[in-house]
Design a protein around this ligand. Sequence first.
Ligand code: TXA
Ligand code: MG
Length: 319
Amino acid sequence: MSSLISKDIEAAAQLLLNGNVVGIPTETVYGLGASIYNNNAIDYIFELKRRPKSNPLIVHISKIEQVQELTIDFPDKAKQLAKHFWPGSLTMVLPKSASVPNHITANKPTVAIRIPNHPTFLKLIDLVGPIAAPSANPYERISPTTAEHVANYFPTGLPLILDGDSCEKGIESTIVGFEGNDVVVYRLGSISIEDIESIIGKVEIKNEVNGRYTAPGMALKHYAPITKTILTDSLEEIIDEFSGKKIGVIRYQNTSILPNVTKQLTLSKNGDLTEAAANIYSFMHTLDHLKLDFILIEPLPNTSLGRSINDRLKRATHL
Ligand code: TXA
Ligand code: MG
């Protein structure tokens, strides 16, 4: 295990208070965290990730009262969603107050906020105050779901990666905003549209790969392994075309082994989409380290979290 990885929350808090960036665990994916009040540390996050400055960061808080300080409006629908999904993997875009530095929001008038559902991270926020954190992957790469993944991406450049075990959810938070009276989904994620609509009624989705996309970070190519990766719903038919190549396969439920495959993984043999979400990035990391010629992945049923996972797979395989 990398010497950077530690369970010492106080040490991580001290580093953050001194203006450092540390790897942090959340229930969705690991992040690169900094105090929102330290502009140098925020700049360093962008540098480490090689992330365009136009792409704003999410602010993580531990108590709902902190929303008052960071925003100038907390609409009723947002309050309702917070009541049901916080702490948890729902990020809400709200009009920002002057106390949120423009460094974090890429000069936008809004700030993305969530209360994560991870005891280690919540304790860290209690010690440090609001923490800005993007996912802890270099720009366009697969998000990390273990401290080891973060250490592999950033063997130098971080003083510490706070270990909070494997991420329970395994894909990023769902991002919503409020346009007039409408709730708009900017990024599909680990809370399903169905669950959000059961609380708030119909929402508009501005995220889909084939449609218009509005979140600046929702570039079409994203979440990609280095290995050439193909999304196909006719795996059994095309597998022969890859004979002589080193192939890795990720299937949804099916465990029957395909011929000539170096490594085959099944996301959830019981067809549990929550389990599939928890596994998808970690399986992609595993296959990406095997020096394969191709990774072939089957799409999932396009409902609930299957839709969020398919969104990531389309971006991971976009040329
Ligand atoms: O689960 C997650 O959300 C993880 C963990 C670490 O919390 N974070 C994460 O951050 O996925 P990041 O930076 O990789 O993705 C955040 C997305 C980006 O697409 C960004 O453009 C969008 O949130 N975003 C941030 N602030 C925004 C704003 N004010 N308006 C619209 N989109 C915003
Ligand atoms: Mg990200």
